[in-house]
Structures are given as C-alpha cells and as structure tokens.
Design a protein around this ligand. Structure first.
Ligand code: NAG
Ligand code: NAG
Ligand code: NAG
Ligand code: NAG
Ligand code: NAG
Ligand code: NAG
Ligand code: NAG
Length: 812
C-alpha cells in the first residue's frame, strides 16, 4: 500500500510515535515547504526533524518530519512555495500539485514570480477565470487565489469569474489556499513575460456579452491602498455591451500632495473623476480604469484609501456619437435633458451618462445617444448677449434659433436669450418677420413660435407672449436686461425654424416703461394686453401703445378685459389721445372704460397706481374699419338729395294746401327699410329698443354735422373733414360715460353716446357753440394744471345707457 502510494504519488510515510505523526515529504524541484504553526493548541504540538522540534519548519529538500501531537493539522498549516524566475522567457503553465501527505493540512501554494529588467509578467487565468471577493468571503470550491505585487495584495479571487489575465510589474506572488482535507482541484494558469507597463498591476477583465454585474476592491482592501499607489483594471467589453461603474464604498485619506482619483481611459481619451463623483456610465466598449492614491499626509490622516466598486453591463442598441464644437461660440449653452429619467434612452456627455447634458460654449464636447428617440430628449438653448456701452452693442442683433448638429437628438423646446444692455438703457425688439401679435388666453397664436419677453429680474416679470405676424411692429422696454424665450407652439421642435425671430437693439432710456408700436390691419381685431397680463403691471408702471393707421380708416377701441383694483394714492388710468395733438380724448380712472372710435393714429397710454388690492391689467382690442363717415357722407348725400326732392315736393304740396304745418327738420335714414316720411309719421318712441342707435347715429350727424367746420378751429391740426368726427357706434356699457368737466369737445367727438330720449325738436338747440367750446378748453386746461403731471382729470358722469349688444352686432 505504501509502496503503491510511493509509486503513484510522491512518497508519504505516516508513522505513529506516541500518538504523534511522522510524515515523509518528498519535495518537487524549486519548491520549499513551510510548516507553520498558526494556532495554539492546549496540548504541546511541534514539528520535529530528528530531535529538533520547533513551532515552524522550512523544508528545502525531501525529508521526514514528525509531529508530537495527535492532530497537527489543527495547529499547523503548510505553505508550498515555488520560485519562478523569468529571464528571457518564462513560458510556463503552472499546475498546482498536491502533497497527499499534507492533504489534511490547510495548504497554501505560493508562486513567487520574478522577471529580470523593468518588465512585467503576465498571468493567464483564462482557464480559471477569476472573480474578486471580499477578504472574508469564501469560494464555493474552497479554493482561494491571491495575487500580490511587491507592495500590495491585489486581491483575493475565486474561480469562474471574468478576470482573464493580469500583468504585474517585475515581481509578484500568486497563491492558492486550499483548506485541510479538501482535494486540490486547481486549474492551471500561464506565466509569461509581459510588456512594459506603468502600473504595478493591471487586472484584465473580460465582460460577458450578457447583462452582468461584478465587484472589485482596491488592493489591500479593507486595509489601506499604498501611498501614491496605482492599480489599473482593463475592462474588455464588447461593443454590444454598455457598462457603468458604481462606487459602493470608499474611504479617502488626507492628502499631502496630489489627490486620490479615478482615471478613465476610453477610446484614447482620458478623464478623471473624484471618488465622490458619479463615475463612468453606459459606456460602450472597452476601457481602462486606474485608481491612483495621493501622497498621504500620514501625520493627520486617520483614514486611508479604500475602494469597493461594481461594474454592471447591459446589452444595448447602437450609439449615436456626436462631436459638438462650440469653440467659436460665446455665452451659449445647450441643455439636453431626458424626458423620463427611467427611460431606455441613454444620454452621455463626454462618455458619462447623464439625465441632463450641459454643453457649453468655447469648447468641444462629445455627446452620445443610445437607444434614444428624438422625443425622448428635450433641448433648451440659452444664449447671453451682453454689452456695457451703447456703442459696443450689436445693433441690431438678430435672434435666431442656433442651428444644431444633425446628430444631436432631441426636441428643441426653448431658446432663451438673456440680454444684458448698458445700465439705464432700454431694449427695442423688432419682429424680423415684420410684425408680432400678442398671445392672450382665448386668443392664442396659431403660429409655430411663441416668444415670451420678460424683464430680467429675479422674479422674471413677463412683458408678454408674442408670435410672428400680427399688428405689433415694435416693442420697447425701459430696462437694461431682458430675457426673450422662444418656444414652439403645440409642442413641436424649434429645430426647423431657421429664420431670424427678432431684431434686438439696445437703445437709450425711453419715456414709458413699455412702448408698443401697433400697425393694425383693416378688419382684423388686435388684442393688446398690459405687460405681465393676466397679472397686474408693476407698481406705477406706464405703458403706451402707439396705434398708427391710414387716414381713411377709423379704429374702434374696446376693453374686453379690465381688472378691478384699489389704488393707494392716485388712481390708475387709461388715456387715449391723438398722435398729432396732445388733446386728451378719453381718460379712465377706476371705472370700466368704454368703447371709443378714433379716426386718426393715436396713443393708448396706461399707468398703474400703487395697488392696495388687485392688480392693474387690461386687454384692449383695436379694430380698424373703413371710416363710417366716408360711407355716411356718401349715403347722406344721396339721402339729402332725396330729402331735398321730398322737401320740395312737400313744400309745394304744403303751400298748395296752405297749411302752416312745419315739416320736421330731420329725416330719418332707416337701414331696415322703414323710412319715415317727414311730417307724416311721428317717430315711434316704442321702437327705440331696436332702432335707437340708428336714430342716434343719424341724429348726431345731423345735429353736429354742421359743426364740423367750427371744430376745425378747435383742432389745431386741422383736417377735420372726413373721418374726424364720429358719432357713437360702439357698445355702451353700464358705466356712465365721462366727459371732461362737463365740457363737450366736439372736435374730439369720439365718444358721443346718445343721451336720453331726445326729441327731434330739441336737436337744433343742442350744438355747442364755439364760445362754449373755447370755454371748455380753458376749463380743461385749468384742470390739467391743477392735477399736474399725472394728468388725472375729474370725471363727470352722464346717465347710463344700455344699448350695447345690438350696436356691437351691427358693427361686425
Ligand atoms: C511560514 O513561515 C515562514 C518562515 O517563518 C514564512 O516565510 C512564511 O511566509 C509563512 N507562511 C505563511 C503562510 O504564513
Ligand atoms: C484552516 O483554514 C480554516 C479556514 O479555511 C481555518 O478556520 C482554520 O483555523 C485553519 N487551520 C489552521 C490550523 O490554520
Ligand atoms: C486582456 O485580455 C484580452 C483578451 O483576453 C487580451 O486581448 C489583452 O491583450 C489583455 N490585456 C492585457 C493588458 O493583458
Ligand atoms: C464601507 O466601508 C466601511 C469601512 O471599510 C465599513 O465600515 C462599512 O460597513 C462599509 N459600508 C458598506 C455599505 O459596505
Ligand atoms: C444660461 O447660460 C449661462 C451660461 O451661458 C448660465 O450661466 C445660465 O445659468 C443659464 N441660464 C439658464 C436660465 O439656464
Ligand atoms: C443687468 O445685468 C447686469 C449683468 O448681470 C447687472 O450687473 C445689472 O445690475 C443688471 N441691471 C439691471 C437694471 O437689473
Ligand atoms: C403717451 O405715451 C407717449 C409715448 O411715450 C407719449 O409721447 C405721450 O406723451 C403719452 N401721453 C400722455 C398723455 O401721457
């Protein structure tokens, strides 16, 4: 039996001497065996050669050893050490060979590998395939591999992992621990001369092509990684697989010089991350990761560098890579944001997966998209335009959607321009398309772009929302800094919009907070909302709309939405006055304003007060029509010819009948076709509900028509003729109308409602004489002087008139 053993294996002799064991050990070439005592047993237990007994023994040649206790494997472990020295080559396959005589002992097979010169050696573990474990962890097959360099323990490993090879600089140790009574079942590995490397050790990991996750530890873990130490993991990853690095646990020392860092090498690019930062994520393909320790301040450092990280990998579709060169751009920022953080789409900036990638100007950035659809990503572009002095300012600067590289995926949802002008200056915005319309709820633009203008304050007060094509020609805002943002109407992308959207100029300070220049088109209602609408304007803010239109037209101004507010000291007001004269035509304080008709370009000015309650917000509507006076004069001339004929006929008739009866002075034009023949029918009072306005219309004209000439004197500007005087046509609201100090200003004449149930016979008496008008003017002047700059006028009210709806319909 013993002979057989000796033949098959290296010989093993077990001789019992007083309960002890004798082992005959035949060493392999270049091997050394250490028999070390690791635990103290209650009974005496030593290893003896001949008469010399020790607690540990080193055998460098075949020998017989005797233990003086019954179960030496409980006290001793065995280390079988082999030295491998590579000179020009060290090609070799290493096979761990067991010593059957030592099988009861915990065994450690150790290979000390050395290469001459500054070379490295490679360890090929392809057969074993190693997996790093915690130092306290066990392997399923109870075989633990340990690899060390000259300065640190690279790690402990089990079999069946993804570590396929390692490179170690100059010298290192590979060991395999097998517990007592465990059959050795080791895979062989290769040792070869390696190339020149800079890292003390490179761990070569080949990730599988299926989803995987594995953990790694820094050398000496959980002990400290050596001062200024370096270790590299080379991850071989298929291009179908995307991997991410997550730090599970780390500690950092206090550094003297340098700093601890993670250095990634990807596609020949290198970038560095702190341990506290997010690490590489969703990286396609192979990469290297190095952990570098600093020069530790050993005096004050109580912690050391330790790192425990995980690499997880997943298979994905193809990656769209994009190089964004913003080297020549200034103050431009492109923000790409994932719509749903958990979506499959992976957005990467400079190889790191991000929820939001911020691409800034003056450099080149690398963005990539994996498994992304255009709609998975939202892009916001932010551009700053700054100038200190008016003369340095771009004039006028064009605001257009910056064109993006085609490879950048995402829906361009907003472009923001932050405009910083010279202090105490103003900003002027001109539509590049020629005009803008204001977007107000219920009357939103159906254009492709919505432009939001806001004052650049921390709270960001909105001036308004606008879109191309409308009546607003120019916007002036009396602040140095504003923000203009463009967003697509209806969730589309701004990408395809290449035209300039606005022309921006920085200008000198202006008189009002906001001035809008409005050029309405005939029959198209223009809505104008006060800045900040639907919120109130800023305290004491003033806004002016200059509404300009050709002389043959007339403007109907109405106020469909007026807020309620209580002012602290002076009231808020709305004023309307003509362009060419400073005459106030209409002024409103705290009541609802009425519709007004203007026959000449005008200013619509508003001023907020200091509101105690509520806010000052008004939506005005301006609609241009063909001047009714033009139409009317034509109609009237026809009618008057007819009337003249009738009058003559009647006169003749009357004279013939010798009746003293006076004919009515007014003939009525009835568009409904029910003409009243003067003198024969009385005007039916009852029908006023229906035709009230018609009479009114005619009345006014008839009554004041002859005064038009007189009013020429009043109107410094002249040109009263057609279209200046207008009788009331617009709707009349509940609120009493107001007039200046009870004076009527016939030349203004815009707001002239029908008053009471006039009788025809009264009419000739109503006209105001020139003297009266002048008197009124004087009074008005006096009023203005009294109230001063604010030009708030005492308003008198005239009885309510309720005939609104009909008239409006009539107008439409
Ligand atoms: C056993 O002892 C020898 C000599 O004392 C020492 O060099 C060796 O490292 C020890 N082995 C183990 C595994 O502790
Ligand atoms: C042998 O190894 C086991 C664990 O593998 C350990 O518990 C035991 O103490 C070791 N025995 C000696 C004598 O070192
Ligand atoms: C790592 O392993 C791969 C494949 O196993 C091999 O091609 C590569 O040369 C190895 N690299 C190093 C540094 O050992
Ligand atoms: C992290 O490491 C520290 C010290 O090494 C340890 O106390 C702690 O339990 C570890 N935490 C986790 C989550 O592994
Ligand atoms: C806009 O971009 C600038 C840099 O160009 C940045 O400082 C600023 O925070 C950005 N603003 C917004 C609102 O994104
Ligand atoms: C405008 O912006 C500039 C630059 O940020 C700032 O210094 C200045 O105070 C701002 N001006 C106003 C009026 O807010
Ligand atoms: C209305 O605003 C315009 C533009 O600022 C200004 O020229 C005009 O004097 C203002 N009118 C009144 C009455 O404040």
């Amino acid at each position: 039996m013993l002979v057989l053993f000796g033949l098959v294996h290296w010989p093993l002799w077990i001789i019992s001497i007083s309960g002890g064991q004798a082992l005959s050990i035949l060493l392999y070439s270049n091997s050394t065996i250490h028999i070390n005592k690791t635990t103290i047993l209650p009974i005496k237990c030593e290893v003896c050669i001949g008469k010399s007994c020790k607690s540990s023994m080193t055998l460098s040649k075949s020998m017989e050893v005797v233990f003086n206790c019954p179960q030496p494997e409980k006290a001793f472990m065995v280390e079988i050490v082999q030295h491998i020295v590579c000179a020009s080559t060290c090609n070799g396959t290493i096979i761990a060979e067991d010593y059957p005589s030592l099988q009861n002992f915990n065994r450690t097979f150790t290979w000390n590998v050395k290469v001459q010169g500054h070379k490295s050696f490679g360890l090929d573990f392809t057969k074993a395939g190693l997996r790093q474990i915690q130092p306290t962890e066990q392997c399923q097959d109870k075989h633990i591999y340990t690899v060390s360099t000259a300065t640190a323990t690279v790690g402990k490993f089990c079999r069946q992992g993804t570590i396929k090879s390692m490179q170690v600089l100059r010298e290192g140790i590979v060991s395999l621990q097998v517990p007592g009574k465990q059959q050795l079942n080791a895979a062989n590995y290769g040792v070869s001369i390696g190339s020149q490397i800079t890292s003390p050790a490179i761990i070569n990991v080949t990730l599988p092509e299926e989803p995987s996750s594995q953990e790694f530890f820094s050398p000496n873990y959980p002990g400290s990684f050596p001062d200024d130490g370096l270790i590299t993991w080379a991850f071989q990853v298929s291009n179908k697989v995307y991997s991410s690095v997550h730090i599970l646990n780390y500690t950092e020392p206090i550094c003297d010089t340098k700093d601890t860092r993670m250095e990634y090498q990807l596609h020949s690019k290198t970038f560095v991350k702190k341990l506290s930062e997010a690490q590489l994520s969703e990286h396609q393909g192979s990469f290297n990761l190095s952990l570098q320790n600093c020069n530790v301040d050993t005096q004050s450092s109580s912690t050391s560098l330790t790192l425990h990280f995980k690499i997880s990998a997943i298979r994905r579709g193809s990656e769209v890579r994009c190089t964004v060169d913003l080297k020549r751009e200034k103050a431009l920022q492109i923000l790409i944001m994932k719509k749903k953080p958990k979506s499959d789409c992976i957005l990467k900036l400079n190889s790191l997966a991000q929820q939001t990638a911020t691409i800034t100007s003056e450099k080149i950035s690398f963005v990539s998209f994996i498994d992304c659809k255009e709609e998975d990503l939202i892009i916001t572009i932010n551009k700053t335009i700054k100038c200190q002095q008016l003369r340095d300012c771009p004039s006028p600067g064009s605001l257009r959607v910056p064109s993006l590289e085609k490879c950048i995926m995402g829906v361009v949802q907003e472009v923001q321009w932050h405009l910083y002008g010279p202090q105490h200056g103003a900003v002027e915005l001109l539509s590049s398309a020629g005009s803008l319309q204001q977007s107000v709820p219920g009357h939103t633009c159906n254009n492709t772009v919505l432009l939001t203008v806001s004052e650049y304050e921390p709270q960001g007060v909105t001036v308004g929302q606008f879109c191309p094509q409308g009546a607003i020609h120019k916007i002036q805002i009396n602040v140095a800094n504003i923000t203009v943002s463009a967003s697509p109407a209806g969730g589309k992308s701004l990408r395809r919009i290449t035209d300039s959207l606005l022309q921006v100029s920085f200008i000198k300070s202006i008189k009002e907070h906001y001035i809008f220049t409005v050029l309405p088109k005939k029959d198209i209602p223009v809505l104008l909302a006060t800045p900040a609408w639907p919120l109130g304007m800023k305290d004491y803010a003033t806004v002016s709309w200059f509404v300009s239109f050709p002389a043959q037209l007339e403007a109907n101004v109405s106020f469909p939405n007026v807020s309620q507010l209580t002012c602290k000291n002076r009231p808020a007001y709305i004023k309307l006055h003509r362009q060419r004269s400073q005459d106030k035509m209409y002024s409103w304080q705290d009541q609802n304003p009425k519709n007004v008709v203007l026959s000449e370009s005008f200013y619509l000015n508003m001023s907020n007060c200091l509101p105690l309650k509520g806010g000052f917000s008004v939506v005005s509507q301006v609609t241009l029509h063909t001047g009714k006076s033009v139409l009317l004069s034509i109609i009237l001339s026809v009618v008057s010819v007819v009337l003249l004929l009738i009058a003559i006929t009647l006169a003749v008739f009357c004279i013939r009948r010798k009746k003293k009866q006076r004919a009515p002075e007014v003939a009525v034009y009835n568009p409904n076709g029910h003409s009243f023949l003067p003198g024969t029918n009385r005007i039916p009072q009852e029908t006023e509900d229906e035709d009230f306005h018609i009479y009114n219309y005619i009345d006014d004209h008839m009554v004041y028509g002859h005064l038009l000439k007189d009013s020429v004197e009043m109107n410094e500007v002249g040109k009263p003729a057609v279209g200046v005087y207008r009788s009331f046509t617009g709707p009349i609201e509940q609120q009493p109308l107001t007039e200046n100090g009870g004076c009527e200003e016939p030349e203004v004449g815009v707001y002239r409602p029908f008053i009471g149930h006039q009788r025809f016979s009264d009419m000739p008496d109503r006209p105001v004489t020139s003297e009266e008008n002048l008197a009124c003017k004087d009074k008005q002047k006096a009023d203005e002087e009294i109230i001063g700059g604010d030009a708030i006028q005492q308003q008198e009210t005239v009885p309510n008139i309720q005939k609104v709806v009909k008239t409006e319909e009539e107008q439409d």
